[in-house]
Design a binder for this molecule. Sequence first.
Ligand code: BTN
Length: 313
Amino acid sequence: MRELILEMLRQEKHISGEEIGKRLKISRTAVWKHVNELRKMGYEIQSSPKTGYTFKKSTNLLLPEEIEDGLNAQIMGKPVLYYNSVSSTQDIAAEMARNGASEGTLVIAETQDKGRGRKGRSWVSLPQGGIYLSLILRPNLMPSQVVQIPLIAGVALTKAIRETVSLQPMIKWPNDIIVGKKKVGGILTEMSSEIDGVNYVILGIGLNVNMPASVFSEDISNIATSLIDECGKYTSRVKLVQSFLSEFELIYTKFLAQGFGSVRDEWKELNNTIGSRVKITEGMTDIEGEAIDIDNDGFHQRRCIFEKFSSID
Ligand code: BTN
């Protein structure tokens, strides 16, 4: 009911409580209660005895109603499960996947108190400051091919940022999104698999949007940044999420049909790693060298400068 009222308020310039009630077959008091709920959710809705209700402004929250409104995707973001606060969206999504949730299910939260990054690091997740989401995927791939998913997600995320904000972020191999030399976003891919197939993949995206990097501890703020710090403007997180979901759906569909080779050129255009020195862990060995290309499996071809056996973390 609330969604229907919101849709009407969005569509009509002014509409009376009586008219809404008539269309939905509910009382004016019930309409008023729903409108107040919407106001509590952050929507700005004016009311006057003459003109009735007037929709003024959307909420800043990442509510399903907001993400679904104008979303240009058929699978990704269907459905959207929204939380104000969670431990980690990865855990919620994994539990849902174990219980049979379908591909494209999106878990999104305003904040996480145990947000995690790659290699056991934590991910700072300030309330409403960024985007913290996990997508459930069920690709028909061998487990060894799942390493390619964060690469294509990097392309989708980089394109989404470029479409929404006047910045030119790049991908730092394997899956950091950087602006200048600092990291603005990261991708965490976790999966459940058998030897011969994937049960599900949880694709986690973290992006620093409207929080200044000064909120980070000193060691993090030396290497991390946010969109607001880089472009000086508040960015609509809803637009970013919508753009990411639609870009990801396009590239994921192509990748599943034609393999990583079909999106390799796009990745190469957006990455800043080729030509630079990289450290790669192969089994127990860390190898440092110059990245010269990425192969059709998503691995870097490199010219080795030297080999060593120490941790690179
Ligand atoms: C990295 O660069 O280390 C990856 C960071 C991934 C963070 C996101 S935020 C949403 C999802 N939930 C988590 O706990 N982590 C990922």
